[in-house]
Design a protein around this ligand. Structure first.
Ligand code: SAM
Length: 246
């Protein structure tokens, strides 16, 4: 039986990788990467010489069906009994990252999607197991140290830029759960401005550069955080995860 591992890798600090992730990456026949150059930084650090191959992102496959040939290559390898690992550039693959379509196609192809009549999570195919190797993910790291309520939360991924954006902010205002989303440095001020407009009294935590040298958690009302970032332009750089308390 071949194994298809979903392997989480660091979101900044290269030490944040599990022993099981290293063992898995060493032992599989091939590592499927979002960007092979990014993955090689980790492989070099941990002395891993497993071959790598890039896999097409969901968007690329949707736009260019020829790219789906790469899926066929992956299916062939699994049929030959090879073990594969899927990684993204950082964090957990498929979580606001490419790979979800590939995992879905593998489950479809090898009949791993549980039917309502089957109690087995592994499905009826039995030729391939899809196995998560858990580890870093920015959403969980941010929530864990935010000090905001985490017993229930909704993860929104990246907010849409145009269509549906306003509706989503309304959802955030009305939510009775903590809401978490990813934001880029180019849009962080715009997003905070929207939070000032839609939910000026909510408590917000902006987690920046998690696990890296300039890691920072800033908590306050949207206008307090906006003011802080406007006053400190250098703090507008880097990677952001935003949490809005319910
Ligand atoms: N799959 C990844 C995960 O599990 O964390 C997320 C990938 S998504 C393409 C990248 C986004 O995650 C960034 O734009 C940022 O919003 C968030 N992110 C990733 N690393 C982060 C970090 N070190 N600190 C804060 N947010 C981070």
């Amino acid at each position: 039986m071949s194994k298809f591992y979903i392997v989480a890798t660091p979101i900044g600090n290269m030490g944040d990788i599990t022993l099981r992730a290293i063992e898995t990456l060493k032992n599989v026949d091939l590592i499927l990467c979002e960007d092979t150059r990014e993955t090689h930084k980790i492989l070099e650090k941990y002395g891993i010489s497993t071959p790598t191959m890039s896999y097409p992102s969901d968007d690329v496959v949707r736009k260019n069906s020829r790219q789906s040939n790469k899926f066929d290559k992956i299916f062939e390898l699994l049929e030959e009994g090879k073990d594969l690992a899927l990684v993204s550039d950082a964090g957990t693959p498929t979580i606001s990252d490419p790979g979800a379509m590939l995992v879905s196609k593998i489950k479809e192809k090898f009949n791993l999607t549980p039917s309502p009549l089957s109690l087995s999570r592994r499905g009826v195919g039995g030729e391939v197991s899809v196995i998560p190797i858990p580890g870093p993910s920015a959403v969980i790291a941010a929530l864990s140290a935010s000090g905001l309520p985490t017993h229930e939360f909704t993860f929104l991924g990246f907010l849409p830029h145009k269509k549906g954006r306003e509706t989503l902010f309304k959802e955030i205002v009305e939510s009775e759960r903590t809401m978490v989303f990813y934001e880029s440095p180019h849009r962080i001020l715009k997003t905070l401005e929207a939070l000032v407009k839609f939910c000026p009294d909510k408590k917000v935590c902006v987690a920046r550069e998690l696990t890296k040298i300039y890691e920072e958690f800033k908590t306050g009302t949207p206008s307090e955080i906006l003011y802080y970032l406007v006053q400190n332009p250098v703090k507008q750089k880097g990677e952001f995860t935003v949490i809005v308390a319910w």
